[in-house]
Ligand binder design. Structure first.
Ligand SMILES: Cc1cc2nc3c(=O)[nH]c(=O)nc-3n(C[C@H](O)[C@H](O)[C@H](O)COP(=O)(O)O)c2cc1C
Ligand SMILES: [Mn+2]
Length: 481
């Protein structure tokens, strides 16, 4: 059985020596963030603050902040195991013959078993506060000195596509404005923003939004996955945890939320109402600029009797989100390879904060092939944000940034091999000429072929001959080295 809820995950982290409880008061304004930053940078554990100053709700941070913790969260020995399960599923070709069909049945039954289930009650509604509540009752963090205020940083934001009725769950930070309102920072390319635009087109006045905080780890992780529109994150979470996600109906809006969540804020966004949100110390390592975003109005707060508040701190890399992103990189590689089987591996080094840099190794088969791969990446979901794509041959290990820098810089004639394109860029890019629109760069650092107009000889990489290496292995010992 997968983790029932956040508490079961916390117990597992404790059992693995991956969590430290902090019993004394620590301030949710800046101090908890400073702890979290130091812990992740020094390879420290997840932190559970039992006594956040001014509140009686414990605060959990850095629960995903290492590869080991991601493995514990996903209940795998290696995140590559998740990738393998996806490959198995995708290799479900039309069965041949009776035996093949019989072999397929368990897999199909498996899939059916992953659909989210609606249940009539859940721990997230142990306490229902429809009137006497305030968002300020929650120990929401201020992360960095120049932040505009306190921000909910790990929320699962649920909304519904008004055209298809399909549910979406995305992680979009929320700035607390007052007791009942918060900023809703869904960036223009994200599904929440798309639902908002569609609701406006329908001439509606309001759009229901529900926010869950502190679900089981896989359900929380699913909120950040770059899934195609209308693919339910809760179904994907069910597949990842191999058990359906139980959902309960909200009390004041037409949405469902994970029954096992710690805290739920139900409400709506008033269409057309915008308010300045930010600045906020963001995962780029810089403050994202203040901008106009919709306002979320809370209509009801439901929670467990004694909830735990889950949060994360983003900032100069590497932070917790680097490890969450690394898991996504590993899990989505096989999906990318369905479209682009020539791709061997990809890497998004921490310094590139996801959208600024993606390293791609590939097996080149025809002239211009590396550029085809770049354009395909710019045309694929949230990979469209990739500001710089560096493509190398398959013998380069993209997990080793130094090797990529060394080989790529040797292999390029910049004027020939660097290509600029215009298009959508990440909302967090503070350097683009306009918000959300700017240029991107592709670097073709593969060996150049005669078919690409390169007729000079291409040198071999320097390597000592194996016989000499073996002989020197022996002489090395003889020399007492
Ligand atoms: C800690 C964290 C905070 C995030 N904050 C935001 C945010 O404020 N706004 C946003 O648009 N995306 C944010 N994201 C990224 C989205 O969650 C991510 O792009 C997700 O795939 C969007 O889902 P969607 O395609 O269903 O909209 C955040 C991701 C993480 C890990
Ligand atoms: Mn989505």
């Amino acid at each position: 059985m997968p983790y029932r809820d956040l508490r079961a995950f916390i117990r597992a982290l404790e059992e693995h020596g991956e969590l430290k409880r902090i019993p004394f008061p620590v301030d949710p304004v800046l101090e908890i963030a400073a702890f979290a930053d130091r812990s992740v940078k020094s390879g420290g554990p997840a932190l559970l603050f039992d006594n956040p100053t001014g509140h009686n709700i414990p605060v959990l941070v850095n629960a995903f902040a290492s590869m080991r913790r991601m493995e514990i969260a996903l209940e795998v020995a290696s995140v590559e195991d998740v990738a393998r399960r996806i490959v198995d599923l995708l290799e479900m070709r039309p069965p041949q013959g009776l035996i093949g069909k019989l072999k397929m049945l368990p897999k199909l039954a498996d899939m059916g078993a992953f659909f989210p289930r609606t249940v009539s009650s859940g721990p997230c509604q142990e306490v229902v506060l429809a009137s006497a509540f305030s968002l300020r009752d929650l120990p929401v963090l201020q992360c960095w000195p120049e932040d505009a205020g306190r921000f909910i940083t790990l929320p699962l934001v649920f909304s519904r596509n008004p055209d298809t009725g399909k549910r979406n769950c995305g992680m979009y930070r929320m700035q607390i404005f007052d007791e009942r309102t918060a900023g809703m920072h869904w960036q223009t390319h994200k599904q929440g923003a798309e639902h908002y635009r569609r609701s406006e087109r329908h001439g509606r006045k309001r759009m229901d939004v529900a926010v869950a905080i502190g679900a089981d780890p896989v359900t929380t992780f699913s909120a950040i996955l770059p899934l195609p529109p209308d693919l339910d994150e809760m179904l994907f979470a069910g597949f990842l945890r191999q058990h359906p996600v139980d959902m309960v109906k909200c009390r004041t809006c037409d949405l469902e939320v994970p029954a096992n969540a710690e805290i739920v804020i139900e409400g709506y966004v008033e269409l057309g109402e915008l308010r300045t949100e930010g600045p906020f110390g963001d995962h780029t390592g810089f403050y994202s600029l203040a901008d106009e975003y919709p306002v979320f109005h809370a209509t009801c707060l439901t929670r467990r009797e004694q909830p735990i508040y889950a949060a994360t701190i983003v900032g100069p890399p590497p932070m917790e989100d680097y490890y969450m992103g690394k898991a996504i990189e590993r899990i989505f590689l096989p999906l990318m390879r369905l479209q682009l089987p020539e791709v061997r591996d990809i890497a998004m080094p921490a310094e590139g904060v996801f959208h600024n840099l993606i390293l791609v190794s590939m097996r080149k088969s025809y002239p211009g092939h590396a550029r085809k791969v770049m354009h395909a990446i710019w045309g694929t979901g949230q990979a469209m944000f990739s500001k710089c794509i560096v493509v190398v041959d398959e013998d380069v290990d993209v997990q080793n940034s130094r090797e990529v820098a060394w080989k790529a810089l040797n292999h390029i004639d910049p004027e020939r091999d660097i290509q600029f394109v215009m298009g959508p860029v990440d909302s967090l890019d503070h350097s683009s000429r306009l918000p959300n629109y700017g240029s991107k760069m592709g670097v073709d650092a593969t060996r150049k072929w005669p078919g690409e107009g390169f007729t000079r000889p291409w040198p071999n990489m320097i390597e000592m001959s194996p016989e000499v290496k073996r002989r020197v292995d022996e002489l090395w010992k003889l020399a007492g080295l």
